[in-house]
Ligand binder design. Sequence first.
Ligand SMILES: Nc1ncnc2c1ncn2[C@@H]1O[C@H](COP(=O)(O)OP(=O)(O)O)[C@@H](O)[C@H]1O
Ligand SMILES: [Mg+2]
Length: 235
Amino acid sequence: MLTLKNVNSFYGLSQILHDVSLTVGDGETVGLLGRNGAGKSTTLNTIMGLLQQRTGSINFNGIEMAGLKPSAILHTGVGLVPEDRGIFHNLTVLENLKIGYLAGKNIWSFDEYQKYVFGLFPRLKERLKNPGKKLSGGEQQMLSMARALGSKPKLLMIDEPMEGLSPEYVERIRQTLLAMKEHNVAILIVENNIKLALDICQRIYFIEKGVIRYEGSSREVRDNPGIRLRYLGVS
Ligand SMILES: Nc1ncnc2c1ncn2[C@@H]1O[C@H](COP(=O)(O)OP(=O)(O)O)[C@@H](O)[C@H]1O
Ligand SMILES: [Mg+2]
C-alpha cells in the first residue's frame, strides 16, 4: 500500500532522513519508534508532503506522491494526525469536523462521516458545540483523529497520540485504534510507549538519527529486550 524507497529529507541544509525505506501493507498497523529527534515526525511530514523529500520514492497504491501537494496526497487516501494535534481552538467540535470532512473528496456524506466518528468517539458527540480550546487534552486528541478521518483515509498516520494523556484517555485511544483496525484502516503510528506500541502494531521500525536501523514483527521486538534498550533506552 505505502512504500518508501531511499527517501532523503532536509530542513534547509541539514539532512534529517537518510535513505529511509519502509512499507505499510493494506490494513496493517505499523509502529515507527525512536528517541527524541530521531526523525519520526519528519518521516510522517515527508509522506504527507508537508516537507519535500529531495530524493527517493514515496508510492501509495501505485501513485508516486513525491512532489505532490499535501492536499493532493490527502486525496490519494492518506491522513495525518500531527504531533501538535492541529485543531482549531476557536472553532467548535462540529466546525472542526466539517473542515476535516470538506478537505476530502466527498467519498461519503457528512452524515455517514459523523456516524462513523461518533461510533469511534462517543465523547465528541457530547461536546459538539464546545470550542476546541475548552476540550481536555484527551478530547483534543480525539478531535484531531476524528478530523483526520473526514477524508476517509485508507492510511492514517498518527504522531504520538498518547503524549501527555491520562491513563483513562490512553486506554480510550488504544481501544479506538484497535477498532479502526477492524474497519481496515491502515495505521502508521509514532508511539514511544513500547508496551502500547507492541500491543497495537503488527510490525515495528526503529529509527535512529534519520536512519532506519531495525524492522521486525512485534513478536520479535517483544522477545528481544536488547533492541528496545538500544534504540529507545528502555527494556
Ligand atoms: N522545522 C525544523 N527545522 C529544522 N530542523 C528541524 C525542524 N523540525 C525538526 N528538526 C530537526 O530534525 C530532527 C528530527 O526531528 P523530528 O522528526 O521532529 O524528531 P522526532 O519526531 O523523532 O522526535 C531533529 O534533529 C530536529 O531538531
Ligand atoms: Mg516527533
